[in-house]
Ligand binder design. Structure first.
Ligand code: SAM
Length: 256
């Protein structure tokens, strides 16, 4: 039986957002999340650096898109619990009028997000599920912050590996974007030489609120469809990319 606290949060089942929060040094996690993270760290001690590099990739990609590509609207799907250097904060370094809509399907993540963003006129948090892309897109537009006729950067950072087969949904999102838009993806990759450790991690997530599906770099690139991939080294150091490659791969693609 699950163990629910007075706020209705199931604290006995490890939760992907809270495992990640713990790995990043956050405080929004419970014993089950810390135990799951401990098992992942035992199999892949590099995971802690991996999540930091994932955040570095996200921050650098957003900075590049705002400063060099003129993007002023961001939709961050699978936003996670608020941490440091969130998308809107990075975008605001370039333009305080840049708009960000955060989307997550975890109601607790949404409560935290709304608390953090209360009163911020250029930022919103909506509850939505990437498996229903039209609904996510409609909700993002309903905030009044996203003009669907203008280029937008959609982030799917460390989310797609929680979904079994999201190719159709991601293709739908690509279709809905205006030309000149961008898609930012990071994803857990297959570690061929670490098959046993990867199985351990899969086992940990199978007991959490979501399983995990690591993919090959080619399978991850397939999410970009016919988008033109940017050269990652224009916004993140080759050294950081090399270290990130131990656990995952990321890319930024432009819709022509
Ligand atoms: C590991 S966190 C990543 C947070 C942030 N994007 C980052 O990379 O720092 C993954 C987030 O994706 C969310 N998520 C998982 N499946 C989702 C879905 N189908 N739709 C929307 N959000 C989802 C989880 O609730 C969690 O908050």
């Amino acid at each position: 039986m699950s163990d629910r606290n007075p706020y209705g949060i199931d604290v006995s089942t490890a939760n992907v957002a809270r495992i990640y929060d713990y790995m990043l040094g956050g405080k929004d996690n419970f014993a089950a999340d810390r135990a799951a993270a401990g098992q992942i760290l035992k199999a892949f001690p590099e995971s802690r650096e991996g999540v930091q590099l994932n955040r570095e990739f996200l921050g650098n990609a957003v900075r590049h898109l705002a400063a060099e590509e003129g993007i002023r609207q961001f939709v961050d799907i699978g936003a996670g619990l608020p941490t440091q250097k969130n998308v809107h904060q990075v975008a605001h370094e370039t333009d305080p009028a840049a708009r960000t809509v955060y989307v997550d399907n975890d109601p607790v993540v949404c409560v935290h997000g709304r608390a953090l963003l209360a009163g911020a006129p250029t930022v919103a948090m909506v509850e939505g599920d990437l498996r229903a892309p039209e609904d996510v897109w409609a909700k993002a537009a309903e905030t009044g912050l996203i003009d669907r006729e203008e280029p937008v950067a959609v982030l799917m950072v460390a989310i797609l590996h929680f979904l079994d087969d999201p190719y159709t949904e991601v293709a739908k999102v690509r279709e809905m974007l205006a030309p000149g838009s961008f898609l930012v993806i990071t994803h857990l990759s297959m570690a061929e030489r670490r098959a046993k450790d990867t199985d351990t991690v899969k086992g940990v997530y199978s007991r959490a609120n979501s399983g995990v599906v690591p993919r090959t770099v080619d399978e991850i690139k397939h999410f970009f469809g016919d988008f033109e991939l940017l050269d990652n080294t224009t916004f993140i150091s080759p050294g950081a990319l090399e270290r990130m490659a131990i656990l995952g791969w990321g890319g930024v693609g432009r819709k022509r």
